[in-house]
Design a binder for this molecule. Structure first.
Ligand code: SF4
Ligand code: SF4
Length: 212
């Protein structure tokens, strides 16, 4: 006889070693559907082969490894992902996406999770990286391209950033690096707007859901 939904819902959650075991689908599949729709990658195709994690150059620094990111989405564990270090540590290098046999674009998934976190009330685990990401996006919207000099100045002006750099001594290193790049002609002081600035701003408006 077919099992009805109520009997599944009312089934007691099993305890293993003192922790509550979570099962696939227990949080519904709303988050999975949302992520598939918004990233246009078939997250449900993943069969946990771990090739993505093995290809990732920074997986050692992640609290949720790339293949586990996919599993978290399949399970609907949104909050855990938005609180993770992973989304801020990811370099968007696309090694994971390249090596995936099922074309799961994890780089895009991480990018999307980062944007969701930036617009949520969840305090990011890597707050300095989160502020840098936000500054990067603001600069891109303003100029349509990134000028390193403007970017780092805008970042330094965000609350607490400069103070922390002075405290840790990284400001001095950055100034030395900046001077060396400037002397080699690799640092442009005046930013030029991209010719595609209108299209880029339209994309931002579209993403935010603006009507005009
Ligand atoms: S490489 Fe692709 S299929 Fe394999 S675990 Fe990663 S996302 Fe899943
Ligand atoms: S895009 Fe991110 S998750 Fe993928 S391999 Fe690069 S750093 Fe790792």
């Amino acid at each position: 006889m077919a099992q009805n939904n109520n009997s599944i819902k009312n089934r007691p959650v099993k305890q293993f070693g003192g922790s509550t075991r979570k099962t696939i689908g227990e949080n519904g599949n709303h988050f999975l559907k949302q992520m598939i729709g918004e990233t246009r990658t078939d997250i449900s195709a993943c069969y946990q082969c771990e090739r993505c994690t093995n290809a990732c150059p920074v997986s050692h620094f992640m609290d949720i490894k790339p293949h586990h990111v996919v599993r978290h989405i399949q399970l609907g564990w949104r909050t855990e992902l938005l609180k993770s270090t992973t989304i801020w540590v990811c370099l968007s290098c696309e090694m994971c996406s390249t090596y995936c046999p099922n074309d799961v674009d994890i780089a895009e998934v991480n990018n999307h999770l980062r944007n969701l976190a930036a617009h949520s009330s969840i305090h990011p685990k890597e707050s300095a990286l989160a502020v840098f990401h936000q500054t990067f996006m603001e600069q891109l919207q303003k100029y349509g391209r990134i000028n390193e000099f403007r970017l780092i100045n805008a970042y330094n002006l965000k609350p607490g950033i400069l103070k922390n750099k002075i405290k840790t001594g990284t400001l001095k290193e950055e100034i030395q690096l900046g001077l060396s790049l400037f002397k080699k002609g690799k640092l442009k002081l005046i930013p030029r707007k991209s010719r595609a600035i209108k299209e880029i701003r339209d994309l931002y408006r579209h993403k935010r859901g603006d009507i005009v």
